[in-house]
Design a protein around this ligand. Structure first.
Ligand SMILES: *Cc1c(COP(=O)(O)O)cnc(C)c1O
Length: 370
């Protein structure tokens, strides 16, 4: 069976060795005669998976000792609620940096719990420079989205809150978690849904500085309280065993691939294949994302002739490149290339794009200033 290159934004491609490993031990987990899907969540197998996953995340991301690693359910969007519920504490003000749809949605949810100040509000074309960020020191935290999955806008470096250096920085890394090294000590909290780079839907990883635990007020529901996850080793109730198992296999795969520096180098090679074609063929393709903010993992672009968008998606799928349609809110094309996408997938898609431009010549020539 020849598997297509799957450019889906999430749930997304998993490495083949991870899939075959799941398949091989699905009926009989490590010689026990039963499946991990049938194992009790307080038994030794699940405890070992959770211990191993936590240790691997700590080692891959060099998570300092004063940070806790928590596993939550409810997907990425539940963190939009958990962050304000837990970090506002006695405060009433939070700050959001808006660079696209996900940070906007996060800020909107935070309005249920207090006042929200916008440190920067963009239209999904670039990440702000540090000097543009306005953050009040009384803010309980400042949240942003490290990679806007829908717009293809990624922060080239961790933002610096120069006006308010003590305000904890909170990052949604759902679509670029485990794709590059991160200095965790710069953050109050990092969270990510697993289904893009680190496994399957139904698990979110939360890495937070321990002094931020225990801020939740008494009204915060038990299962939405980070402190409860910390105290129970992320077993406040039955945890998502299959998701944790797959994430642990992903973490092991990342180790075997050489770690986060290697994965970052690979992401840069993949993305540059596509951005190069876009620059080469301005009559056919255009990116609205500013250089310096272009995502390594979600390459978003448009066809100059919008009528060709659906033709492109259809012809690409027939050629073995699936799920390239842009998000329904923005249209265009989006090539999502997470950890599991081989470089070959990007190289071959770039070839397809060149070939497509030849077969569908532009009606008008774009003059690009030198
Ligand atoms: C996918 C995604 C989410 C939402 O994840 P769900 O699990 O569907 O709630 C949030 N933020 C970003 C940046 C994402 O890419």
């Amino acid at each position: 069976m020849k598997r297509p290159f799957n450019f889906a934004p999430g749930p997304a491609m998993l490495p083949e060795p991870v899939l075959t490993r799941i398949q091989s031990e699905l009926l009989d987990y490590q010689g026990l005669g039963f499946s991990i899907l049938e194992a009790g969540h307080r038994g030794p197998q699940v405890a070992e998976i959770m211990r191993s996953l936590k240790a691997r995340i700590r080692s891959l991301l060099k998570v300092p000792d004063n940070y806790d690693i928590l596993f939550c359910q409810g997907g990425g969007r539940m963190q939009f609620s958990m962050v304000p519920m837990n970090l506002l504490g006695a405060g009433t003000l939070s700050t959001y940096i808006i660079t696209g749809a996900w940070s906007k949605a996060a800020a909107k949810e935070a309005l249920r719990f207090g006042r929200v100040q916008t440190a920067y509000s963009g239209s999904g074309t670039r990440a702000p420079a540090n000097e543009e960020l306005e953050v009040l020191p009384e803010s309980s935290y400042c949240a942003y989205c490290d990679n806007e999955t829908i717009h293809g806008v990624e922060f080239p470096a961790t933002p610096m809150l120069t006006d308010a250096p003590d305000v904890p920085l909170v990052a949604d890394m759902s679509s670029n978690f485990m794709t590059r090294p991160v200095d965790v000590s710069r953050f109050g909290l990092i969270w990510a849904a697993a289904q893009k780079n680190f496994g399957i839907a139904g698990l979110s990883i939360v890495i937070l500085r321990r002094d931020l635990l225990g801020l939740a007020t008494a009204e915060v529901p038990t299962l939405l309280n980070y402190g409860v996850y910390s105290r129970t080793e992320s077993v406040p109730n039955t945890p998502p065993v299959f998701q944790l198992y797959v994430a642990n296999l992903m973490a092991e795969w990342i180790e075997n691939e050489g770690g986060l520096e290697k994965l970052n180098a690979r992401a840069l090679v993949r993305a540059s294949q596509l951005y190069t074609v876009i620059a080469e063929l301005p009559d056919t393709y255009v990116s609205h994302v500013a250089e310096g903010s272009r995502s390594r993992v979600n390459v978003v672009f448009r066809l100059r002739d919008e009528a060709l968008t659906s033709v492109f998606v259809k012809e690409a799928a027939a050629a073995g490149f699936i799920n390239l349609a842009g998000h329904r809110s923005v249209g265009g094309i989006r090539a999502s290339m997470y950890n599991a996408m081989p470089i070959e997938g990007a190289v071959k898609l770039a070839d397809f794009m060149r070939d497509f431009a030849v077969r569908h010549p532009a009606k008008t020539k774009i003059v690009v200033p030198a």
